[in-house]
Design a protein. Structure first.
Lengths: 83, 270
């Protein structure tokens, strides 16, 4: 019974409210930083290229926008190959 | 503090998106403050699309407008319309047949400085948008109130406006959430107060629930705060009290939780 009710409740994660929050999170991050998905892709590619020119990259590099309060930052995570 | 001439506050009410309830907010909060005994002025800067006179029910008493004051056709005193229902509430009407580019931020500033001598609170009803009308409206203000609805497009515009106010060096920016439907929040179909605060990251000044009485009052040209039974009236009165510095809790909109919502809370796992 409890499991059943929990299941019903968890449906709210797909609610229109949850979708609104998710869409706003993305759109506001881009609005604030003045960026678009296209720009992020370009940035990511070029940053990785520059790094790769000088050091060897291991694993999957990540470039994302993170935000804390109303401040945004570019989060660059590039794992380097050990010696 | 409020009878000190030098302590008068100029507060701009803005939103970015149109139709979220800026003018209704300006009208009701200023009426509430005037009823509390403060000297209040409201300035309609939506030149070309004026609404404040109609919302306040003062449309038949308008003689001059702000553009005529600026162009020297009349004095500020002549243009100010007194609201006879409240102690000390005056409205400076917008011009309907002119446009936003007919006045400049400096001219608005000059009028506000003149008004500071006679008023505790001066509210500026800002037009929608981010163009000249917005720049005119924020030029003279000390503080800003951003009105939004729990709806994605309104929140996005509010965020943009907050960014612009921050760039214009505003230190005091507060949020009013208008037209909240707690029943829809509970069923997962509307953004909640916390959702909006998380996205916009500014202090909350008040929450006004959706209330059909607002439409009825607006039809009659009566401020909603005169209707004691209205939930929106309580919310606007509370906002006015918070503006004066009083600590007033945000209303609990869930006085009678339904059986089903109690069950849900039980299994929310929090």
């Amino acid at each position: 019974m409890i499991e059943f009710l929990k299941k019903i409740y968890s449906r709210e994660n797909n609610s229109s409210r949850a979708q609104a929050n998710e869409r706003l999170r993305i759109v506001l991050a881009h609005d604030r930083a003045g960026t678009s998905n296209q720009l992020m892709e370009t940035l990511k590619e070029e940053i990785i290229q520059v790094i790769a020119k000088h050091v060897e990259i291991a694993g999957t590099p990540e470039v994302t926008i993170i935000h804390e309060g109303r401040q945004s930052a570019l989060d660059i995570n590039i794992p380097l190959k050990g010696r | 503090m409020n009878n000190n001439e030098n302590n008068s506050q100029v507060i701009v009410v803005t939103s970015g998106k149109g139709g979220v309830g800026k003018t209704t907010t300006v009208a009701n909060v200023s009426c509430a403050l005037a009823r509390m005994g403060h000297k209040v002025a409201v300035m309609d800067l939506d030149i070309g699309l004026k609404k404040l006179d109609l919302i306040l029910g003062l449309e038949n008493r308008v003689i001059y407008d702000i553009v005529q004051v600026i162009e020297g056709e009349c004095t500020l005193k002549q243009a100010l319309v007194k609201d006879k229902r409240f102690g000390h509430l005056y409205m400076l009407p917008a011009a309907q047949t002119r446009n936003k580019d007919d006045i400049t931020p400096e001219q608005v500033k000059k009028i506000c400085d003149e008004m500071r001598k006679d008023f505790d609170y001066i509210f500026i009803d800002c037009p929608a948008g981010i163009e000249q009308g917005f720049r005119n409206a924020i030029a003279a203000a000390d503080k800003a109130i951003v009105v939004t609805n729990p709806e994605v497009s309104a929140v996005r515009d509010a965020d943009r406006i907050i960014g612009m106010l921050e760039s214009a060096q505003f230190k005091d920016i507060k949020l009013i959430i208008n037209r909240l439907r707690i029943d829809m929040v509970k069923t997962g179909n509307m953004l909640s107060i916390d959702d909006l605060l998380e996205h916009l990251c500014i202090d909350l000044l008040g929450v006004v629930p959706e209330d059909k009485n607002v439409v009825i009052s607006t039809n009659k040209g009566e401020p909603i705060i005169l209707n004691e039974r209205s939930a929106a009236a309580t919310a606007f009165n509370n906002i006015a009290r918070r503006i004066t510095g009083e600590k007033v809790d945000i209303q609990d909109f869930e006085e009678n939780p339904s059986f089903w919502s109690k069950i849900k809370t039980l299994f929310a796992g929090k």
